[in-house]
Ligand binder design. Structure first.
Ligand code: SF4
Length: 381
C-alpha cells in the first residue's frame, strides 16, 4: 500500500497530511461522496467504509514522519507566501537565511521576509480522529505523538465534534501514570495544547446549529470550521455573537457554568477561522454563490479569517470564461438554483442563480475576483 502521507499537499489550508489510520463511516450528507473511501490508499489496502468495518492503522514508518517534520526547519515568506522546508525553498530558488543566493525569479522583497514557521499538519484526511469505532489505544498513541511534536500545528478536523469531550476524558483516564496525563488534565481544565487546532466540518444550517455550540464549548488554541462541501446557507451569527452574559468559564449554549448536556466549560469563547468550499468530483452538488458570499461577509464583519478553498465542480455562471452558457456546454451542465439550493423551476426569480459545470480546475478559487486565503494568527508561547 502506498504510504498515505503527504509531505506536501495540494490542500490550500495545510502544509502536510498525516493519516494515523484509514477507514470511516459516513455520518453526514457531506460524506455522501467521500473522497477518502475511494482514494488510492483505501482501495489498495482493501479498506471498506462503514459501521463495523475494521479501520487500518498505518505503518510504523508512517508514524515516524511527524517526528522527522518536527525536527526539520520550516519557513514561510511573508511576501510571496511560499511555505516549506529547506528543500522546498531551494527548489523554488527562494533565498533562505542559510542559503541566501536566490534566483532572478524571486521578487526583491523576498530577500528580507523569510521567517521560521510551524508546519500545519492536517491529521486524518482518510479517517476521523474522533471516530468511535477506532481502537482507543491508537488515539492515545496519536496524542502521544502530538505531544512529542510541539513544532507542528496539528489540525484535527472532525465530523464528530460531539465525541470530543468524552474521548478527551477517556484519553486522560488511559494516560494515568503516563506523561500525557498532564496534557489531558490541562486541556479538560481549560488549558488546551498550543499545537492543536480543533475543527468541525459542517455542511448546512442544521449541522451548524447542532455542532458549533459543541465546538465552542471545547477549549482549543484554535477553533475552526470547515464548511465543505457547502450544501446550504449557513448563518454564523451564533458563533460570532457570543452572548455577553455567558462570561468566562461558562457554557456558551446555556449561559451557565454547569452545562446540562455535559459540554465543557470554556475559557475564551471564539471561532478563529472559517474555511469554505464547493464539492468536486463526478457527483458534485452545486453551491449557490450567495451562500459563500454571505459567509465571506459574515467573517469580514466579525474579523474572523476566511479561506475560500474552491468552487469545486460548479462555478457561478458569470465566473466562466466567456460567460456564455449556450454554445459548447452539454445538457445538464448549466443548472438554476433557488436560494436554498433547490432546482429553480425555470422562472428566474430574485435570489436564483445559474451555475455551470466547468470542473474544479477551471472553476478556481476566486470569489468576485478575489482569492481569500486568510489564516488565524497564532502566537505560540
Ligand atoms: S467523516 Fe470524512 S472520512 Fe469519514 S466518511 Fe465522512 S467524509 Fe469520509
Amino acid at each position: 500500500m502506498r504510504r498515505p502521507v503527504a509531505d506536501h499537499t495540494a490542500i490550500e489550508w495545510c502544509d502536510s497530511t498525516f493519516n494515523p489510520w484509514i477507514g470511516c463511516t459516513r455520518v453526514s450528507p457531506a460524506c455522501d461522496h467521500c473522497y477518502a473511501a475511494v482514494s488510492t490508499p483505501a482501495r489498495a489496502g482493501g479498506i471498506e467504509w462503514g459501521a463495523g468495518q475494521p479501520r487500518q492503522r498505518t505503518s510504523p514508518g508512517n508514524w515516524k514522519l511527524p517526528l522527522r517534520w518536527n525536527a526539520s526547519r520550516f519557513w514561510q515568506c511573508t511576501t510571496c507566501g511560499l511555505r516549506g522546508d529547506d528543500a522546498t525553498f531551494q527548489k523554488a530558488g527562494h533565498p533562505l537565511p542559510a542559503y541566501p543566493t536566490p534566483t532572478s525569479r524571486v521578487p526583491v522583497p523576498c530577500y528580507e521576509t523569510v521567517e521560521a514557521a510551524l508546519r500545519r499538519v492536517f491529521c486524518a484526511s482518510l479517517a476521523d480522529v474522533f471516530d468511535n469505532e477506532v481502537d482507543p489505544t491508537w488515539r492515545r498513541d496519536l496524542f502521544e505523538l502530538i505531544l512529542r511534536t510541539p513544532d507542528l500545528d496539528w489540525l484535527l478536523l472532525t465530523k464528530r465534534i460531539g465525541n470530543v469531550p468524552a474521548m478527551l476524558e477517556e484519553l486522560k483516564q488511559r494516560a494515568r501514570y503516563h506523561a500525557e496525563w498532564a496534557l489531558f488534565d490541562d486541556w479538560l481544565s481549560g488549558r488546551p495544547p498550543a499545537n492543536v487546532w480543533l475543527g468541525a466540518t459542517i455542511c448546512n444550517q442544521a449541522e451548524a446549529s447542532r455542532d458549533i455550540p459543541k465546538l465552542l464549548a471545547i477549549p482549543a488554541a484554535v477553533r475552526f470550521l470547515s464548511i465543505e462541501p457547502m450544501l446550504g446557507p449557513v448563518d454564523l451569527s451564533y458563533a460570532f455573537a457570543i452572548p455577553t452574559g455567558a462570561g468566562k468559564g461558562s457554557c456558551p449554549m446555556h449561559l451557565s457554568t454547569i452545562c446540562p448536556e455535559g459540554l465543557l466549560p470554556l475559557g475564551e469563547q471564539h471561532l478563529h477561522w472559517v474555511i469554505a468550499g464547493g464539492e468536486s468530483g463526478t457527483e458534485a452538488r452545486p453551491m449557490h454563490p450567495s451562500w459563500v458570499r454571505a459567509l465571506r461577509d459574515q467573517c469580514a464583519a466579525a474579523g474572523v479569517p476566511f479561506l475560500f478553498k474552491q468552487w469545486g465542480e460548479w462555478a457561478p455562471h458569470s465566473a466562466r470564461a466567456g460567460g456564455d452558457e449556450g454554445g459548447g456546454l452539454r445538457r445538464g451542465h448549466v443548472r438554476y438554483l433557488t436560494g436554498d439550493g433547490r432546482e429553480a423551476d425555470g422562472h428566474f426569480r430574485r435570489g436564483d442563480a445559474a451555475v455551470v459545470r466547468v470542473g474544479k480546475k477551471a472553476a478556481g478559487r476566486t470569489l468576485d475576483g478575489v482569492e481569500h486565503t486568510a489564516f488565524p494568527e497564532i502566537h505560540h508561547v
